[in-house]
Ligand binder design. Structure first.
Ligand code: CMC
Length: 399
């Protein structure tokens, strides 16, 4: 087959999936055929995870059994607590999470058992423990004692309990749960692709999950929600929004929380969250922040050509104020994205292995050819090994 150049792979289909469907032009997202809006309104993170992994909604008995399986896995091996404590308090939580997800594999006797059954059990462990690890690290870095997990709570409720040591209200638990549902899967996004690349080498689930956490961290992917909140706090006041955004746009800077590689219409996750975030903000006394986001949206969407370019608010724009209203530190926002997307990452890994093909694209080599090897003693500092213009061009690109 002739090779095609597709940098960023935006025009390449690299996998089949039955987990989620996106129509970027129409602004549609479905998990296994169910519209994201109906799942956000009616489902829970536990049910959504079961749906993604099993290709259908669970019965009441199946869901109850799955919740118990997850709840049994909230706690981590006691030796993991030492790993959590050994991470510098100054570490960014996403960096800590990357280390901790990797370390989980050391304490799982099934880490290298790649049977489907073992991979499903490890997926349950990874989903159950990721939120736990975030809560543990946050308490360790603040010098607080750990809070033992509570196996009677939902994953969202248990996370808030382990983070704060206080029982979350039903509306707080629901707010976090909705964010978890909305972030659980999203086609072949960058971190899911990274996970599938890793598992396609027949590596293990912990390695794939670790790769994915590292990939999610970037501000062009999962890191955007933190940057949205930093922007809102930097603006500080509704009256300053117009001037701040006008200045940013004049300097051709990107507004975080806007735009998407796939959606060229309103991100359907943002549609629901926009209304939901308002309620959460109102309940927690953060309505002024929410009003700022609405004003930013108005200004950005009124820009010439912006709608033609397909720039609309994405999921991170409205999840930022929701997480903030729940009292989460800004640098935990992306960790919550990871705790949710773990269900998608692990589901995609199992799907990849079911019909595996090593993912290995090509690179277009743009360097020189046919150079003569120069012994080290003949090389002069500051000079390239050849006067060939192609070498000089390549070197100037790299500089
Ligand atoms: N603000 C202003 N202009 C933008 C923005 C933005 N946030 N995003 C894209 N554009 C413009 C960009 O300047 C370019 O304009 P022109 O054609 O005149 O040069 C055009 O839109 C296309 O941009 P692109 O970078 O080629 O598009 P992309 O598909 O590679 O980028 C993106 C997608 C998400 C990286 C980008 O929209 C962006 O940087 N957004 C801000 C970061 C963000 O919010 N990321 C979270 C994504 S949603 C969560 C997730 O699923 O990961």
């Amino acid at each position: 087959m002739p090779l095609i150049v597709d940098k960023g792979l935006g025009n390449t289909i690299a996998a089949d999936t039955t987990l989620s469907f996106i129509d970027g032009a129409k602004g549609v997202l479905e998990y296994v055929g169910y519209d994201i809006d109906s799942l956000a309104r009616n489902s829970t993170f536990e049910e959504t995870t079961w749906l993604l992994w099993n290709g259908r909604l669970p019965t009441a008995r199946e869901l109850a059994a799955f919740k118990v399986e997850l709840q049994r896995e909230y706690a981590v091996d006691a030796r993991m607590l030492d790993v959590v404590r050994s991470i510098p308090r100054t570490a960014a939580p996403m960096d800590a999470l990357r280390t901790l997800v990797s370390a989980l594999g050391h304490f799982d006797l099934e880490a290298d058992d790649s049977s489907v059954a073992a991979n499903k059990r490890k997926s349950t462990r990874l989903v159950a423990k990721t939120a736990t690890l975030v809560a543990l690290f946050d308490r360790a870095r603040k010098g607080k004692s750990f809070v033992a997990s509570d196996a009677t709570l939902s994953l969202a409720g248990n996370f808030l309990w382990m983070l704060t040591g206080a029982r979350p209200t039903a509306s707080m638990e629901r707010a976090l749960d909705v964010c978890l549902v909305l972030h659980a899967d999203h086609g072949l996004n960058a971190s899911t692709f990274a996970a599938r690349v890793t598992i396609s080498t027949q590596s293990d689930m912990y390695s794939a999950a670790t790769t994915a956490v590292g990939t999610l961290k970037g501000p062009l992917h999962g890191g955007a929600n933190q940057e949205v909140m930093e922007m809102l706090l930097e603006i500080g006041d509704f009256a300053k929004v117009d001037a701040y955004i006008a200045d940013k746009l004049a300097r051709k800077e990107r507004i975080m929380g806007f735009g998407h590689r796939v959606y060229k219409a309103y991100d359907p996750r943002a549609t629901y969250l926009k209304t939901f975030a308002k309620q959460v903000a109102a309940d927690t006394g953060n309505l002024p922040l929410y009003e700022m986001t609405r004003r930013i949206e108005e200004i950005v969407l009124a820009q010439p050509n912006i709608i033609e370019k397909g720039i609309f608010p994405n999921v991170d724009f409205y999840s930022a104020t929701t997480y903030y209203s729940l009292g989460l530190d800004l640098d935990l926002f992306t960790c919550m994205f990871a705790a949710s997307r773990m269900s998608g990452w692990t589901g995609h890994c199992i799907e990849q292995l079911a019909a595996n093909k090593l993912i290995r694209p090509h690179a277009d080599y743009t360097g020189p050819h046919g150079l003569t090897y120069q012994p080290i003693g003949q090389r002069i500092d500051g000079e390239t090994s050849s006067s060939s213009p192609s070498v000089k061009t390549a070197m100037s690109v790299l500089a």
